[in-house]
Design a protein around this ligand. Structure first.
Ligand code: PGA
Length: 261
């Protein structure tokens, strides 16, 4: 079976609407000859969703960076799944490290969002990752498995089928202060996540894509994607220049496709 490479970017709070649209139009051109081999996705700010979705149609999957867990209510500043659905967005990032650590979201919050996304038939990209302290105490795998159970434990096997993606993003590896994880460390963590997903969802857990994220860059992307059990890459800074991102994709794609698993 040929698997597609999962690859995409979240632009955090960086690109304006004009910038996001120019960026995604360029990416759309650049990946045109390889798009069938990719599950390519783009997660811009809310105000860029509608225009970027219009710009690329169904050629690129567009996702929201966050979502409320209710359809309507007294939640000033939040965005409802109904609002996303209305503009054709049915893919949502849940529990990114910056949501958890800057905005103090808890696993309970992520669980409500994951539940709500599943109720709407959305696909969720759920982020999990240990802190530096958890890693130093030897609790990395345990903490990540706990996050998975607490955040996605209410989903049924049928609900996760094609609708749940995981990004393993160690907190200490993300962003300008981040140190990228070594490839073999990432491989081990992906193995622990796969075991947990299989325990949670049986055979369905085997098909959930697990992406690595956290300071992926042109010098480590190939090493990471060469590792077993890493189904794709979730990239921040190194993806925000289209040519640079395209060259990473073209470097890792044949490595991914030639893996023996
Ligand atoms: P980074 O971001 O690649 O810039 O570290 C990754 C992320 O936050 O998902």
């Amino acid at each position: 079976m040929t698997h597609k490479l999962y690859i995409g970017t979240n632009t955090k709070m960086f690109q304006t609407g004009n910038e996001a649209e120019a960026y995604i139009r360029r990416m759309d051109e650049l990946i045109d000859d390889i798009r069938d081999r990719l599950e390519f996705f783009f997660i811009p700010s809310y105000t860029s969703l509608e225009r970027t979705a219009k710009a690329v149609g169904d050629r690129i999957r567009i996702g929201a960076q966050n979502m409320a867990w209710e359809d309507r209510g007294q939640f000033t500043g939040e965005i409802s799944p109904l609002m996303l659905e209305e503009i054709g967005v049915r893919f949502v990032l849940i529990g990114h490290s910056e949501r958890r650590h800057v905005f103090r979201e808890t696993d309970k919050d992520e669980a409500r969002k994951i539940r709500c996304a599943a109720d709407h038939g959305f696909t969720s990209l759920l982020c999990v990752g240990e802190t530096a302290e958890q890693k130093d105490r030897g609790l990395a795998a345990e903490s990540v498995v706990e996050q998975l159970n607490l955040s996605a434990g209410t989903l049924s096997p049928e609900e996760v089928s094609g609708k749940l993606w995981i990004a393993y993003e160690p907190v200490w590896a993300i962003g300008t202060a981040g140190v990228p994880a070594g490839a073999s460390y990432a491989e081990d963590m992906h193995g622990a996540i796969r075991t947990a997903l299989t325990e949670m969802f049986g055979a369905y857990g085997k098909d959930i894509p697990i992406l690595y994220g956290g300071s992926v860059n042109p010098s480590n992307a190939a090493d990471i994607i060469a590792r077993r059990g890493i189904d794709g890459l979730f990239i921040g800074r190194s993806a925000w220049d289209p040519e640079r991102f395209d060259s990473i994709i073209r470097e890792v794609l044949p490595i991914f496709e030639s893996r023996s698993e």
